[in-house]
Design a protein around this ligand. Structure first.
Ligand SMILES: O=C(O)[C@H](O)CO
Length: 325
């Protein structure tokens, strides 16, 4: 029999059993759960990505809710295991939920939470940082310095692109894309189609992806980077994460970072709190918050959070009531 995974247990006599598949930033989310009579088990296994079998063993015979991560495969197998254990609540600690089969969750009556509203500015700041770093070749220049190659100023040394006054093309200008456009030292306007974005944008020579890896064909991108040394890319996410397609890591005109767009302390602690409150709210039978992007009341450390689930993506399918707060 497989060895049980290591867990850290809080409030062992709590009435509701909640699992978090990973340790998450901050402590408020832990306190909120234990104050509301939850026994919290946090998986402390060293491996980065837990398998479906690992999570089944964490769920065990009785489990009221699970807080999971975007690296996990939440499909039919896990939702049926959670349902068999009596659980009706799951939340991703992420705004994206492309790792979740929502239809399978609906089939087993499990609410699926996510964490919008708290990532917008943090993600936009990383996208802006990547744009500026790519335009001004900061990573290449840093590597050059550290390698001891700088032996004096030269007219051609690391010449990049000036962004001021250019037009940036944002494909998918929702909350994050719009915040990014406002941060950039460029002019911007709304376009009506992808073709118009590509026709009008000057910053086409720099491609930034802080959404999900599969929106870019990474093999084609590597070929394009090889053929066009002046084309630059800043990637936070990868087609086959955590792997990069062959050749990408050798490209000097690519900046690659490990999916850290939401990685500010405030945002990550907020995501943990929202994910915990999604699970807690469903366990307690609370209604669903009316506007999932208006999350401030849940994040105010000086007052108790509203008695509501901050964001449940399948609330309509499950017929869950909406909060009047
Ligand atoms: O979906 C999300 O929340 C982000 O990708 C995490 O950084």
């Amino acid at each position: 029999m497989a060895k049980p995974l290591q867990v850290e247990v809080y409030n062992p006599n709590g009435k509701y059993r909640v699992i978090s598949t990973k340790s998450m930033p901050g402590t408020r989310w832990i306190n909120l759960l234990i104050e509301q009579d939850c026994r919290l088990e946090i998986c402390t296994e060293k491996k980065t990505i837990l398998s479906v079998e690992d999570i089944i063993s964490l769920i065990g015979d009785r489990c009221d809710g699970v807080i999971g991560q975007l690296t996990e495969d939440w499909g039919e197998t896990l939702f049926s295991a959670l349902s068999r254990a009596g659980g009706k609540a799951f939340s991703n600690m992420a705004v994206g939920y492309n790792n979740v089969d929502v239809n399978a969750a609906n089939k087993y009556g499990v609410a699926v939470g996510n964490t919008p509203g708290v990532l917008t500015e943090t993600t936009a700041e990383l996208a802006a940082s990547l744009s500026l770093a790519a335009a001004r070749r900061i990573v290449e220049a840093d590597e050059f310095m550290r390698a001891g190659l700088y032996d004096g100023w030269l007219p051609h040394l690391f010449v990049g692109n000036l962004l001021k006054g250019q037009t940036v093309g944002v494909i998918g200008a929702g909350r994050i894309g719009s915040a990014y456009a406002r941060m950039m030292p460029v002019t911007w306007k709304r376009a009506s189609s992808m073709d118009e974005v590509l026709r009008e944008a000057d910053v086409e020579a720099i491609l930034i992806n802080c959404s999900r890896g599969p929106v870019i064909d990474e093999v084609a991108l590597v070929e394009h980077l090889k053929a066009n040394p002046m084309f630059r890319v800043g990637l936070d996410v990868f087609e086959d994460e955590p792997y990069m397609k062959p050749g990408l890591s050798e490209m000097k005109n690519a900046i690659v970072v490990p999916h850290i767009a939401s990685a500010s302390k405030w945002t990550r602690e907020g995501m943990a709190t929202l994910a915990a409150l999604n699970v807690l709210g469903k366990i307690k039978g609370y209604p669903i918050w009316g506007d999932p992007n208006r999350v401030e009341p849940f994040l105010d450390e000086n007052s108790p959070p509203p008695a509501a689930c901050p964001s449940i993506v399948n609330s309509k399918a499950l017929g869950l009531p909406v909060s009047k707060l």
